[in-house]
Design a protein around this ligand. Structure first.
Ligand code: G3P
Length: 223
């Protein structure tokens, strides 16, 4: 399973890359706007992200009609070989997904909330579908059950489209995604930084080091 960072913050993206945990990045208009409010320029933010990771970087259009979506999508795809056009799941979005996929431009179909939307996006040729699990949990549904549905549907119809678990709020979403066979999880930085740690790992390491210190004091590693 690939691990993407759901962020447009350059420091976070660099940090995740340094940890060796970054397979790609997803952004959305809210995440980009947060960085632009700090005075950073749209194109510069995107260029830096595309340079930090060789992995796929999803960049969302803001147009809502087919023509505007296509115009913006073509500009996005010119930014780099690893740019993926993110399109909202609407009828215009679906039409644009089909046109871009026909041109071999990869599309991430976003704001997916059920298996039917996911199958339609896949039929239009989307490279990724992004079901928002956290936002389903927020309204009292079990977001991860949608991932299970999509996995079954894509297996039934041999769809090649990758399932990208989005709107992830906790390590449990990640674990359940792994068990269900999701292709990608995209994580906010706070969830990513929680993933490698376990209190028993920390406790175990402290005990090893204490036992060593009790036996030998500050002696250097004897090799
Ligand atoms: O990038 C799309 C998605 O991951 C948004 O997550 O936390 O705003 O629901 P969230």
């Amino acid at each position: 399973m690939k691990v993407f960072l759901d962020s447009a913050n350059i420091d976070e993206i660099k940090q995740a890359n340094d940890w060796g945990l970054l397979d790609g990045v997803t952004t959305n208009p809210s995440l980009i706007a947060k960085e632009m409010k700090k005075g950073l320029e749209f194109k510069k933010i995107l260029k830096s992200i595309l340079e930090i990771t060789p992995g796929p970087v999803s960049i969302e259009v803001i147009g809502t009609d087919y023509e505007t979506m296509m115009k913006q999508a073509l500009k996005v795809s010119e930014l780099g070989n690893n740019a993926v056009v993110k399109l909202p799941f609407t009828t215009d979005g679906l039409r644009a997904t089909k046109s871009l996929s026909d041109k071999r431009i990869p599309v991430n179909s976003t704001l997916i909330f059920n298996g039917i939307q996911a199958l339609f996006a896949a039929k239009a040729g989307a490279a990724y579908v992004s079901p928002f699990v956290g936002r389903l949990d927020d309204i009292g549904e079990d977001g991860m059950s949608v991932i299970e549905q999509i996995k079954t549907i894509f297996t039934n119809y041999e769809m090649k489209t990758k399932i990208l678990v989005a709107s992830v709020r906790s390590p449990l979403h990640v674990l359940r995604g792994m068990i269900m066979g999701a292709d990608v999880v995209t994580l906010p930085f706070d969830v990513l930084s929680k993933l490698p740690s376990h209190p028993k790992t920390e406790e175990g390491l402290n005990r090893f080091l204490k036992d060593w210190e009790n036996a030998f004091g500050n002696m250097d590693f004897p090799l």
